[in-house]
Ligand binder design. Structure first.
Ligand code: NI
Length: 243
C-alpha cells in the first residue's frame, strides 16, 4: 500500500473516532461524552433557589445544546408559574430536587417546621412531575443531628462553592471553578442570577474540552458506585459531610 494512502486512511479514522460523541438517552437530552483517548471525568453542576423564568429557561437551552445534565434544587415558593420549566428539566434528563418551601434554615428549627418545609415542596413536585424521590439540599447547607432521621431522601451538600451569589461576576466564577475542579465534584451555583447562567455554560464548554462529562447527582453516584442513603448528607460523589 502506498504511504500516502495509509496517511489518508489514518486521518479519516482519527476524524471519525476522536470526536466527542453524543449518546442518546431514551427521550432525554443526549449526553456529550469525550472522545476516546481523553481521560473521562465526571462532575455534577447543581443549581439552587430557582426556578426563575428569565434565567432558568436560558440555562436549560444552553445545557441542552451542550449535552450536559444538571440538578436543580428548587424552592417551593418559586414553583407557581414556573411549572413548565420543571417539566422541561425532567423531560431533558435533569434531576429535580427539593430546597424547602421558603428557604428557611432547618438548623435549630422546630421539628414541625422542618417537616412542613420539606413536605410542602415535595407535594408540589409530585403534583407536577409525578411520584418520585426528590433529594434535599438544605438551605445554606445547614443541618443538625435531628434532621437526618426526619429526611426520607439523601441530602446533597457540595464540594466546590464559588459563592456566585456574592461575586455576581461571570469571569470570577468561571476562574474559581476551573482553578479547583476535580473528578467527582458537586458544584454549587444558582440559576437565579444571569451571571451564574453565563458562568455555568462557560464552565461546561471549558471542562467538556478537558474530558469532563456533566451528570445529575444521581448519575454521578451511579458512576462512582456510591449507594445513596436516606438522611445522609453528601459533599461529593465519594464523601459524606459530617455535622
Ligand atoms: Ni439556597
Amino acid at each position: 500500500m502506498k504511504r500516502w494512502f495509509v496517511w489518508i486512511a489514518m486521518a479519516a479514522l482519527m476524524a471519525v473516532f476522536c470526536r466527542p460523541v453524543t449518546v442518546e438517552t431514551a427521550g432525554l437530552s443526549p449526553l456529550t461524552v469525550p472522545a476516546r483517548g481523553e481521560e473521562t471525568k465526571y462532575i455534577a453542576l447543581t443549581f439552587d433557589d430557582g426556578p426563575r423564568a428569565d434565567t432558568t429557561g436560558r440555562l436549560l437551552d444552553g445545557l441542552q445544546e451542550r449535552g450536559a445534565h444538571a440538578t436543580f434544587f428548587v424552592i417551593g415558593e418559586q414553583v407557581p408559574e414556573n411549572e413548565a420549566l420543571l417539566k422541561r428539566m425532567a423531560a431533558e434528563g435533569h434531576q429535580v430536587g427539593n430546597h424547602t418551601f421558603s428557604h428557611e434554615s432547618l438548623q435549630n428549627a422546630a421539628e414541625h417546621t422542618i417537616i412542613e418545609e420539606i413536605q410542602k415542596t415535595e407535594v408540589l413536585l409530585e403534583e407536577i412531575l409525578g411520584e418520585g424521590e426528590y433529594w434535599l439540599r438544605p438551605p445554606y447547607g445547614l443541618v443538625d443531628n435531628r434532621i437526618g432521621p426526619l429526611v426520607k431522601t439523601p441530602m446533597i451538600y457540595w464540594s466546590l462553592d464559588p459563592e456566585d451569589w456574592r461575586l455576581l461576576n461571570t469571569d470570577q466564577v468561571v476562574a474559581y471553578v476551573l482553578g479547583r475542579v476535580k473528578n467527582g465534584d458537586i458544584i454549587l451555583l444558582h440559576d437565579f442570577y444571569p451571571t451564574s447562567v453565563d458562568a455555568a455554560l462557560q464552565i461546561v464548554d471549558a471542562l467538556q474540552a478537558e474530558g469532563y462529562v456533566f451528570l445529575t447527582v444521581e448519575e454521578l453516584f451511579q458512576q462512582f458506585g456510591t449507594q445513596p442513603q436516606n438522611g445522609v448528607l453528601y459533599a461529593s460523589a465519594t464523601e459524606e459531610r459530617n455535622w
